[in-house]
Design a protein around this ligand. Structure first.
Ligand code: ATP
Length: 588
C-alpha cells in the first residue's frame, strides 16, 4: 500500500467537519487497505502506532523535526524556524519547502510505502537512551527525502503529535461496520469488541479478516484493558430502589483512583480509568495484587485509596496526587500508602465474566482475593429498604467515602463495558443538596485575564461532551475557585493543547482568545443549570433555540487527570440534571 493513498485520504478528511462525510472517507480508505495491515492504518489515522494502553509515543520534538526537514530539503534550520513562526504548523512548512525542493531536483523518486513509514516511525518510537536523538533524526530525514510534499506534511504532523484529523474512536467503529460488517447495524457488536479490548487495531483486523463471525467470538484478553463500566446518578434512595427493581446491593463508593488490575502469573499491570498503565505510580498496589490474588490469571477492578499511615483512615482522592510523579515514588509510597478495595471480577482463569450477572462476579471476586489489611472486597449491603440504604449511605460518608454505588443484582446485571448505564447508580452527598452538583467539564478555550490576572487566563471556556455527535458543547465560563497555584499551573497544563483555531469538534458561539484541543478535564461545582441563549450544550433539547448553561461555576480543585475528554459529563447528563433540578424546585 502506498503511503500516498493514506495522505490523500487525510487531506480529504481534514477538509470536512461533517462526521458522516468523514466516516465515508474512512470507509473508502479502509476498503482500499490490505486486510493484513488494516490495524496499522487504523492506528496511523489516529496519529498513533499502537493502542493507547501500550503507552508508546512517537514523541519527536518540533526542533528535531525541523532538523530532519532541513536535512531532507537542503534548507537551513533557522530559515525553517522562521517559516514555522509565521505559518504556525510544521506540516504546512514541510509541504511548502518540499514543493520548492521538487522543482529543483531531478531523477527517479521512490514511492513511499505505508509499511515503510509505519516501521520507521516504530523504530523511532523505540529508540531511547544516548544517541536516540541522532538516530531519530536520521530515520526521519531518510523518510522525508523520499516523501512528496503532501506526504511530508502528514508525516511531520504525525511524528510531532499534531495530526489531529478529529477521527474519534466511534467514527472508526462506524466505518468498520460499514466497510466490513455489512452495514451500520453491525456497529453494536463491533463496539462491544472494542469495549472489551480497547484496541481498535485488533478489532479492525478481526472484522476485516473474519467478518462478524470473528467479532462474535471476540474475547477478553489479559493485558488488554476493558473499557470501564460507569454509573448513572440519582438523588434519592427511593428513586434508586425503584429503578433497580426494588432491591440492590449497595457498595461504598470509595474516593480514590479506579484501577483495573491485570495479572498473569507474577506479572501484574494496573490500568487507569483512561486505560493507561499506572503500575509505576503504585508499585505497592502491584505487589498487593501479586500476593493477594489467588488466580493464576485475572482481571479485577478496584478503587485504589490513600490511607493515613498513622490512623489507617481513608484519605480523599486529592492525596493520591502525591503519587503522580516520575521520581521519588518510593518515598511517596511510604508517606502515602494505598489500600485496594476490589469491586469487580471481569476475567478469572480463562473465563470471560463480562456477560455474567453481578452476584456471580462478586462471588468469584471474593474467591479470587485473599483479604488482608490493605486488600479488601468493597464493603456492601444487600437491601430493599430505603431506610437501610439511607443508613448505609451515612455510614459510608462517616468512613471517608463519597457515598454509595447501588448495583443491580438482576439476571441481566452484566458488566457493561464502556457504558454509563442504570445497572450502577451512584448516590453522592452533593446530589442531596438542592442545586449543587459537581460536573467534570472539558477546557476548550480561555480568555485573557485583566488586572490582577493580567498575563494569566482570566476565565476558561468549558464544555460538556455530546456523545451522539462526538462534539464538545460549551456550557459555562469558569473564573472562580482558582488558587494562585492553579493560575500558574493552568497555562502550563494547557500549553500543549493550544490550537490556532476552534477545533472542529468544539461547538461554541463564544469566541475564545485561545482555543484548546479538548483534553483537560476539571471538576466544577455549579449552583444551578439554566436555559441559555449563548451556550450550546444540549441545544434545542429543552427549548428550541436554547442551550443549557451552568451558573456560578466554581473549580473544586480537582484536576480530573484520570478522565479523557470523552469521559467528561455529557450533554445528556446535563439535561437530566436540569430536569432533576426542576423536580426538586417543584417539590420544595
Ligand atoms: P465521579 O465523577 O462521581 O467520581 P466518575 O465519572 O469518575 O465518577 P462514575 O461512573 O460516575 O465515574 O462513578 C463510578 C466510579 O466510582 C468508578 O469509576 C470508581 O472509580 C468509583 N468507585 C468507588 N467505589 C466503587 C465501587 N464499590 N464500585 C464501583 N465503582 C466504585
Amino acid at each position: 500500500m502506498d503511503y500516498a493513498v493514506i495522505a490523500d485520504a487525510y487531506e480529504k478528511i481534514e477538509a470536512t467537519t461533517k462526521r458522516l462525510e468523514m466516516t465515508d472517507l474512512l470507509v473508502d480508505l479502509l476498503k482500499k487497505t490490505p486486510k493484513n495491515v488494516i490495524a496499522k492504518v487504523v492506528y496511523l489515522t489516529q496519529g498513533k502506532l499502537y493502542p493507547d494502553f501500550v503507552g508508546l509515543e512517537i514523541g519527536v520534538a518540533e526542533k528535531l523535526a525541523i532538523k530532519a526537514l532541513a536535512k531532507a530539503s537542503g534548507r537551513k534550520d533557522i530559515e525553517l524556524l522562521q517559516l514555522l513562526s509565521t505559518i504556525g504548523d510544521i506540516g504546512e512548512v514541510a509541504e511548502e519547502v518540499m514543493k520548492k525542493k521538487k522543482q529543483t531536483t531531478f531523477g527517479a523518486q521512490k514511492t513511499l510505502k505505508m509499511l515503510e513509514v509505519y516501521e520507521t516511525l516504530d523504530r523511532m518510537a523505540n529508540k531511547t537512551g544516548s544517541g536516540a536523538v541522532g538516530s531519530k533524526m536520521a530515520f526521519l530525514a531518510g523518510l522525508l527525502s523520499y516523501a512528496s510534499p503532501k506526504e511530508a506534511k502528514f508525516i511531520l504532523r504525525t511524528v510531532t503529535g499534531n495530526l489531529r484529523l478529529g477521527i474519534a474512536d466511534m467514527t472508526v467503529l462506524d466505518a468498520l461496520a460499514i466497510a466490513y460488517g455489512g452495514g451500520k447495524e453491525a456497529r453494536e457488536l463491533i463496539e462491544r469488541a472494542y469495549n472489551i479490548s480497547s484496541d481498535l487495531g485488533r478489532v479492525a483486523n478481526v472484522v476485516a479478516e473474519k467478518g462478524l463471525a470473528g467479532i462474535k467470538k471476540f474475547q477478553v484478553v489479559v493485558f488488554e484493558p476493558i473499557r470501564p463500566m460507569l454509573a448513572e446518578r440519582l438523588s434519592s434512595p427511593e428513586e434508586i430502589l425503584e429503578k433497580l427493581g426494588g432491591k440492590c446491593v449497595a457498595e461504598y463508593k470509595y474516593d480514590g483512583e479506579r484501577v483495573q488490575a491485570h495479572k498473569k502469573g507474577n506479572e501484574v499491570v494496573l490500568y487507569s480509568r483512561r486505560m493507561e498503565s499506572i503500575s509505576d505510580q503504585y508499585p505497592d498496589a502491584v505487589e498487593l495484587v501479586r500476593n493477594n490474588v489467588n488466580a493464576e490469571e485475572a482481571i479485577l477492578e478496584a478503587e485504589c485509596v490513600a490511607v493515613d499511615v498513622e490512623t489507617g483512615e481513608l484519605l480523599p482522592f486529592q492525596e493520591l496526587m502525591h503519587r503522580r510523579r516520575k521520581y521519588g515514588v518510593k518515598e511517596a509510597m511510604e508517606q502515602y500508602p494505598v489500600s485496594l478495595f476490589m469491586f469487580d471480577a471481569l476475567y478469572v482463569d480463562g473465563k470471560d465474566l463480562t456477560l455474567d450477572a453481578y452476584p456471580l462476579r462478586r462471588t468469584l471476586l471474593e474467591k479470587a482475593v485473599k483479604e488482608n489489611d490493605r486488600v479488601k472486597a468493597a464493603k456492601q449491603r444487600k437491601t430493599s429498604s430505603v431506610k437501610e440504604l439511607e443508613e448505609f449511605f451515612e455510614e459510608a460518608i462517616e468512613d471517608g467515602c463519597e457515598g454509595l454505588i447501588c448495583k443491580s443484582v438482576g439476571a441481566d446485571s452484566v458488566y457493561q463495558a464502556g457504558a454509563r448505564g442504570w445497572m450502577w447508580i451512584k448516590y453522592k452527598r452533593d446530589y442531596k443538596s438542592e442545586m449543587t452538583d459537581t460536573v467534570d467539564l472539558v477546557v476548550v478555550g480561555a480568555f485573557h485575564g485583566r488586572g490582577k490576572r493580567a498575563g494569566a487566563y482570566g476565565a476558561l471556556l468549558l464544555a460538556a461532551y455530546n456523545k451522539e455527535a462526538d462534539t464538545f458543547e460549551t456550557v459555562t465560563k469558569l473564573g472562580t475557585g482558582f488558587t494562585d497555584d492553579d493560575l500558574k499551573k493552568l497555562p502550563e497544563l494547557l500549553r500543549e493543547h493550544v490550537v490556532p483555531r476552534k477545533p472542529s469538534r468544539v461547538q461554541s458561539t463564544l469566541a475564545a482568545d485561545v482555543w484548546f484541543e479538548p483534553n483537560v478535564v476539571l471538576e466544577v461545582l455549579g449552583a444551578e443549570i439554566t436555559l441559555s441563549p449563548i451556550h450550546l450544550c444540549a441545544l434545542n433539547s429543552i427549548r428550541k433555540g436554547s442551550g443549557l448553561a451552568i451558573r456560578f461555576p466554581r473549580f473544586t480543585g480537582k484536576y480530573r487527570t484520570d478522565k479523557a475528554a470523552e469521559d467528561a459529563t455529557t450533554s445528556a447528563e446535563v439535561v437530566e440534571m436540569y430536569r432533576n433540578q426542576l423536580k426538586q424546585i417543584g417539590a420544595a
